[in-house]
Design a protein. Sequence first.
Length: 489
Amino acid sequence: MSSQPGEAPTGDSDTRFFGQPWALAHVFGVEMWERFSFYGMQGILLIYLYYSASQGGLGLEQSVAAGIVGAYGGAVYLSTVLGAWIADRVLGAERVLFVSAIVIMAGHIALAVLPGFAGVGVGLVLVAIGSGGLKATATSVVGTLYGPDDTRRDGGFSLFYLGINLGAFAGPLLTGLLQSTVGFHWGFGLAALGMALGLVQYSFGRRQLPAEARRVPNPLPRTRYPLMSVIAVAGIALIVALVLVGVIRADNLALIVIVVVIGAAIAYFAVILSSRKVDAEERSRVWGFVPLFLTSVAFWSLYQQQFTVLTVYSDKRLDRDLFGWEMPVSWVNSINPVFIIVLSGVFAAIWTKLGARQPATPVKFGLAAIVMGSAFLLFVPFAGGGENSTPLLAIVGILFVFTVAELLLSPVGLSVTTKLAPGAFHTQMVALFFLSVALGTAIAGQLAQLYNPDDELPYFSVLGLISAGVGVLLLLFVKPVLRLMRGVR
């Protein structure tokens, strides 16, 4: 389809954003600033929880603090279910994306201005809900920019992933610098400012997105609105009651999130597979998604320990001396995004160049789990060392391996999910992928409580071998998985 003179290119002819549709630039921008605020805050969150009051922190036990961070991370991805449901049934993906960005900004403001545990409680809840809504819908909106046979799709998602990691790179650097010089709340305030900038940028470009991004694919009948409102209020009341009676506590948050995510994932798969709006071919593709989901869980349960075990490791074991100046702990979280920025274009070019000859998605997933397990095994030679005994270059090398594994799975996972999704559950299938991230992240928080700096060898070696084993198992079953995927590669 060609454009008329004076009109913007449309369809496959629109290649103004590095060979991709121009509308991708707007989603790229808001996601970049959201990741700036998200990772900037998360880079200093764990140490804020366990640093002593004299250091500006809250003085929690280290294992409890790690569990809270893991539970919070899991809750972020769990809340994609809520955001996706509202998008698919009430507002459409684009509107949910915009409102979610506002909620995120409010959460970071709460962390910046409210003191102590009040700021942590209010701030993390708002950021978790908002980030979940934005993540599921941003991915879905990107999917609407491409036709089913557009070979630019994987390249576009890799470029979108570059935007994510530009924000993830800058966030920990700047918030960490503020935290180490003027205090934690200044760092949280910078995260709020970053999200505000993202909102302003997106507000100017959101109308250029295709109408499909605003479509409500499976509208909820208005007669059911009162029932849904009652269910929402009852759910909030139940959570508050469980907190007040001590069932939900700081020391068991990660385990609770794990149980909830498992229940949500099983329920979601059951609803989609049993829906009358899903035909036989779509149902087969959903079954094909199951082994990818499980492999993704194994991958993220190791990868997300960047924000739990690796943060503690960087604080206690890493030599952070740079020519007589000790770099902030959070700066380690900016190493992985640097590699993503460098390599995402390389991976995008490879997938685009290979086209139909590129490895099938299950192969990429299997290799990702194997490479991720190998990254954990690379910690083994440094196990048992003393304080500040691990060279910074060693962590740089290990995080390079993390990055290769991530690029084999994460952008590819987002892409294949939009291709495997039934028409009536488009955004909610994206939420299912994020449920695998939620479960892996919560497991990462739970596992972090088992990490013993005085006996590291079993921890890194066992987890590394398990992840590699999951990857090998998927590679052995590539052909039957592809048959279930019905032509989607």
